[in-house]
Design a protein around this ligand. Structure first.
Ligand code: MN
Length: 252
């Protein structure tokens, strides 16, 4: 797909989002999930692959419950620089609304079987096993993030008439020790805040706009420490809430 779509949808004089520029992270397997309050709230799963972030918009967000298959609509590739983007896209611009770094870490393709052969005409040597799995419509992978961990799968749905070809996928948690059921599976509710800055969407929306050239030295480290603490606090709080709801239900 490349970054042409990304560039053509945005006016970089107006949006604080990063310019399209192919690049690689130090490890080459970064993943990020953005929480994006655009016209409707959704989560954007992004996997680094071939110098870009392959991206899916997940309206309901990921679930840790393997029976909860979540629609994931593939959107345009994003530049690697986008992984760290947190801020507000102005109203009227493409994707206008607040963007949060909801989770991030590394992803690992799980290629236990031989990857499917490349489609006719595709240069074999340029396609990694993961890219081929993606082309074949079934990618299994492991996430090592702060919130999302363990095995996951992206499975492409068959096209229905009137739908854009090949855009609709399902994001599915695999059964392992990182899976969960019931309210524990709703990780988006249990841990709603940024892993980069610990902020809520409202706090990001209220924050001062990022000033170009401002130094962010130390921010990542401080943010990570804070995020861990925030997540622990959020999870504790939501567990307590879940307990209260359960009690209330029994008493009714
Ligand atoms: Mn989005």
């Amino acid at each position: 797909m490349g970054l042409a779509d990304y560039g053509s949808k945005r006016d970089f004089a107006r949006t604080p989002e990063p310019q399209p520029r192919p690049a690689s992270s130090a490890t080459g397997n970064l993943f990020v999930v953005h929480k994006h309050a655009a016209r409707s709230l959704h989560y954007d799963l992004r996997l680094e692959m071939g110098g870009v972030l392959k991206s899916w918009a997940v309206p309901k967000g990921p679930s840790l419950d393997p029976t909860q298959k979540r629609l994931a609509v593939q959107v345009e590739d994003h530049p690697l620089d986008y992984a760290d983007f947190e801020g507000t896209i102005p109203e009227g611009q493409y994707g206008g609304g607040t963007v949060m770094v909801w989770d991030r870490g590394q992803w690992f393709p799980e290629t236990d079987a031989a990857p499917p052969p490349p489609p006719p005409g595709e240069p074999t040597e340029l396609l990694t096993a993961a890219e081929r799995a993606l082309q074949a419509g079934r990618l299994r992978f492991r996430l090592e993030g702060e919130k999302l961990r363990g095995g996951w799968a992206l499975v492409r749905l068959r096209d229905r008439p009137g739908e854009q070809a090949g855009k609709n996928w399902l994001l599915i948690k695999e059964r392992d020790e990182a899976a969960a059921g019931g309210s524990a599976a709703e990780i988006t509710a249990r841990a709603p805040n940024s892993v980069k800055t610990g902020r809520s969407l409202a706090e990001i929306a209220d924050g001062a706009p990022a000033s170009p050239g401002e130094t962010h030295a130390g921010e990542a480290h401080a943010g990570e420490t804070h995020a861990g603490e925030t997540q622990a606090r959020e999870m504790h709080t939501s567990e307590r809430h879940a307990g209260e709801e359960e009690r209330a239900r029994r008493e009714r």
